[in-house]
Ligand binder design. Structure first.
Ligand code: NAP
Ligand code: MG
Length: 499
């Protein structure tokens, strides 16, 4: 393989982690893949190899599932109190914060996002979610229920952990995606086999070390790095996994559902989106313009809830486009570790080709490139923030999730909320959306009409540990985070006692 590239600004601790042999975490031990194979992981800001990672496959998944099953059935995880479980999860949050700089550097190096985002938003957000879920560990309750069956009974429900959970995550927010999955599973007492995305294994592996340091027992969290078609598929189909939680494309989501049918394991899915940003003529432009800019260009557009379809009223359409183009032009694009970068690269050559392919398709179908539309520089995978106008709902750029910094803009000339909502809802997806208006009544009426799991009024895409998120339609099954998120990892049992 090429010699791993060490970025000059990564610092000694991240460098020491990178230089390690990156193995699988199975049953509390770091082990190479059974096959002995490894794969390379890249810095998308340079396109260079930064580390070699163990390539787990079905054989390793088998071992990881066995370890998770043992930990679930007979390990200390089963007998410790909810309070002890909560404390360990809380300690993990502390450790994340104590190692924030190193973890943020690894996240940025592997994913490309600006260091300020990794360090000041992602790591604290993950610590917050671990703490939020740590608090729930002691508050998982059932109900007592008065039943009408003749005779005397005492009936109640309990919520029990669903069991051994497989979790498959994407590359757009590697640490956050691992946290969204692990935190509720740990709080409820499940055990886990986690497969990070092939592009971004590093922070999940570092998190694995912190999980051990936090005292979470061996086998409770197992991490198998590798590819979707092998390790991922083995998790989705595994007969001894009780539930699979997946975040990624709708296409792979469908594959997971089919694979899960074998043992009818429970499935939750957080899939793609094509979220509308709807701007009414009375919107405060000083809020709507930066809001819409952020909604599409944050994380280089690689966000499942990205506001990728702009619907602006004819009266404000030009103002919105000029404003977003102007702000987009000022976004400083560069390697995530450079001090000035506000936007990093997309994740890979494949993703860059995919995004540029969509821009070409849009052009060919008659869209106008109002801003961007091109690659930046020759090294790394940088794409200029792009705005397409003259788009319509027949175009692939409007229908399909691009997952890059590409906004498709359309106007409406209507005040009928039903018709506006119909346009906004004209998508197979229903993950998020936002409404920009100073009229409270219009804001709420539109929020009622948007078929999506997370709707903002004068804000877009907010995340919070306490706020459930997930998809209507083909954007997914189930809700993550918040109290709802816990329910993805419990089974309800009714107990009836004859008195
Ligand atoms: P993806 O293929 O859906 O990857 C998500 C996860 O699923 C990865 O860990 C992947 O492993 C795994 N996987 C792939 N094939 C699998 C299979 N047959 N069985 C089990 N697991 C499997 O997403 P991607 O290829 O990275 O990106 C493609 C497109 O998906 C993007 O352009 C974007 O549109 C969409 N996407 C959406 C989200 C979201 O949050 N909604 C996130 C990421 C991507 P590998 O990493 O080895 O492929
Ligand atoms: Mg993939």
């Amino acid at each position: 393989m090429n010699k791993p590239y060490i970025h000059p600004k990564i610092g000694p601790r991240a460098a020491a982690f990178l230089a390690k042999e990156h193995k699988l975490l199975i049953g509390g031990k770091w082990v190479p893949a059974r096959s002995g194979k490894t794969f390379e992981t890249f810095d998308p800001g340079t396109g260079r190899v930064i580390a070699k990672i163990a390539e787990g496959d079905a054989a390793d998944v088998d071992l990881a599932v066995a370890a998770a099953r043992r930990a679930f059935e007979s390990g200390p995880w089963r007998t410790i109190t909810p309070s002890e479980r909560g404390k360990m999860i809380w300690r993990l949050a502390d450790l994340l914060e104590q190692n924030a700089e190193e973890i943020a550097v690894l996240e940025t190096l592997n994913n490309g996002k600006p260091l300020a985002t990794s360090r000041d938003r992602d790591v604290p957000g993950c610590a917050d979610l671990f703490r939020y879920m740590a608090g729930w560990a002691t508050k998982i309750t059932g109900e007592t229920i008065s039943i009408s069956t003749p005779g005397q009974f005492h009936a109640f429900t309990v919520r029990e952990p669903v069991g051994v959970v497989g979790q498959i995550i994407p590359w757009n927010g590697p640490l956050a995606m691992a946290t969204w999955k692990l935190a509720p599973a740990l709080a409820t007492g499940c055990t886990v086999v986690l497969k990070p995305a092939e592009q971004t294994p590093l922070t999940a592996l570092r998190l694995g070390e912190l999980i051990q340091e936090a005292g979470i027992p061996d086998g409770v969290v197992n991490i198998v790095t590798g590819f979707g078609a092998t390790a991922g598929a083995a998790i989705a189909a595994h007969p001894d996994i009780d539930k699979v939680g997946f975040t990624g494309s709708s296409e792979v989501g469908r594959i997971i559902v089919h694979a899960a049918a074998g043992n009818l394991k429970k499935v939750s899915l957080e899939l793609g989106g094509k979220s509308p940003v709807i701007v009414f003529p009375d919107a405060d432009m000083s809020v709507a313009v930066p809001g819409a800019t952020q909604a599409i260009f944050a994380n280089s557009g690689q966000v499942c809830t990205a506001g990728s379809r702009l619907f602006a009223h004819k009266k404000v359409f030009d103002k919105m486009i000029d404003g977003i183009a102007q702000q987009a032009g000022k976004i400083r694009i560069g390697h995530g570790l450079s001090d000035e970068a506000q936007m990093g690269p997309v994740i890979s050559q494949t993703q860059m080709d995919r995004v540029m392919g969509y821009v070409d398709q849009g052009r060919a179908a008659g869209a106008t490139v109002a801003a961007g539309g091109k690659r930046i520089g020759g090294e790394g995978y940088f794409i200029a923030p792009t705005i397409l106008t003259d788009t319509n709902p027949e175009m692939s750029v409007v229908r399909e999730e691009i997952f890059g910094p590409v906004l498709c803009a359309m106007s409406f000339d209507d005040d009928d909320l039903e018709r506006i909502a119909k346009q906004a809802n004209d998508s197979i997806y229903g993950l998020a959306g936002s409404i920009w208006t100073q009229n409270i009544s219009i804001g709420h009426k539109m929020a009622q009409r948007i078929r999506a799991g997370r709707v903002g009024i004068n804000t877009h895409g907010n995340v919070d540990a306490a706020l459930p998120t997930g998809g209507y339609k083909q954007s997914g099954w189930g809700r993550e985070k918040g109290h709802e998120g816990l329910h993805l990892y419990t089974e309800v049992k009714s107990v009836i006692v004859s008195l």
